[in-house]
Design a protein around this ligand. Structure first.
Ligand SMILES: [Zn+2]
Length: 309
């Protein structure tokens, strides 16, 4: 059987039972086969209750424990359809649409399901960007484009990095930052970009220390009458696509404190934009979902009470 379905119809047919979903997730979680964490035996039974039972020492390992699906009340078939919809649609999906399409009982359930999947969209230990990398910062969420202004109430600041591949864009990284100080920008550069890379920024003084951190540094200077877009065109394009997505698909509905989750989703899709198959994206997301630790509701919405998923 192929690694992933190629259509929603095939997805529904292939993952029509909880058992089918569990087998698939078990294969993704232990691609080289299950090894008992207690006795290292490779012989185990896949029980119908979602446990792997070691045939040597009888140790029981839950397939879902320690993944984003831990303790979920949503049927796995519904999770699979949510992952499919999120990957098959070029622009993803709002919680409202997901609720409607999956017939979920509440908006909150759909919203939480999407946020848990967004948290899984960053591969743990992923490689940093390399080569020549454009960097810039942008304000999101306000009515006007702005840079480094003071007191932009309600706006959130985002660090943008985009690999230069000829005239095109390679991979990108996006992260929420509290300010544009040298400390913040240096931390962003070192965490997102490989040492030895050449950083291309504008003349902002916050980048003046990056040479001493092991990076090359090119300052792009705006000529008379030139637009900022010409100086750092890749960052500019990424930010405008990001804004369009937030205003379009999400209808500007990005709650305070949740922007990083949306940035992760945008980055996941952008960095796989040339992928030939939507099914492959589904496969990658499912693979990440079993490699990502649970994010209980309380870590996503700290101010709320009981679990709603
Ligand atoms: Zn064992």
């Amino acid at each position: 059987m192929s690694k992933y379905p190629i259509s929603m119809a095939e997805l529904d047919k292939r993952f029509d039972t909880r058992e089918a979903c569990l087998s698939y997730l078990a294969e993704l979680r232990w691609p080289a086969g299950f090894i008992c964490p207690h006795c290292a035996s490779r012989k185990a039974w896949h029980m119908s209750n979602g446990l792997m039972l070691c045939s040597n020492c009888r140790y029981q390992q839950s397939i879902l424990a320690g993944t984003i699906f831990q303790n979920t009340h949503i049927p796995l078939q519904t999770w699979f359809r949510a992952m499919w919809l999120l990957c098959a649609n070029k622009n993803g999906m709002s919680a409202q649409n997901l609720q409607r399409l999956l017939g979920l009982r509440s908006y909150n359930t759909a919203w939480l399901c999407l946020h848990k999947l967004r948290r899984a969209m960053v591969r743990p230990g992923r490689e940093r960007l390399s080569g020549i990398v454009e960097v810039d910062e942008a304000y999101l969420g306000g009515p006007q484009e702005g840079k480094r202004g003071r007191g932009e109430f309600g706006k959130e600041l985002v660090f943008v990095a985009a690999e230069i591949r000829g005239k095109k864009i390679g991979r990108i990284r996006l992260r929420c930052i509290p300010d544009v100080s040298g400390n913040t920008l240096e931390l962003s550069v070192t965490e997102e970009i490989q040492k030895g890379a050449v950083i291309k920024s504008d003349g902002w003084s916050g980048y003046s220390g990056i040479k001493s951190l092991g990076y090359g540094h090119e300052v792009a200077i705006k000529g008379d009458g030139e637009l900022a877009a010409i100086v750092l065109p890749r960052c500019h394009l990424v930010v405008s696509l990001l804004k369009r997505w937030i205003l379009g698909t999400l209808q500007g509905n990005v709650g305070k404190g949740h922007l990083q989750d949306y940035l992760n989703e945008f980055t996941f899709r952008f960095n796989r934009r040339s992928s030939k198959s939507r099914g492959l994206l589904f496969y990658r997301l499912a693979e990440l979902a079993v490699a990502t630790a649970p994010n209980p509701r309380s870590t996503i919405i700290p101010q709320h009470g009981p679990e709603d998923d």
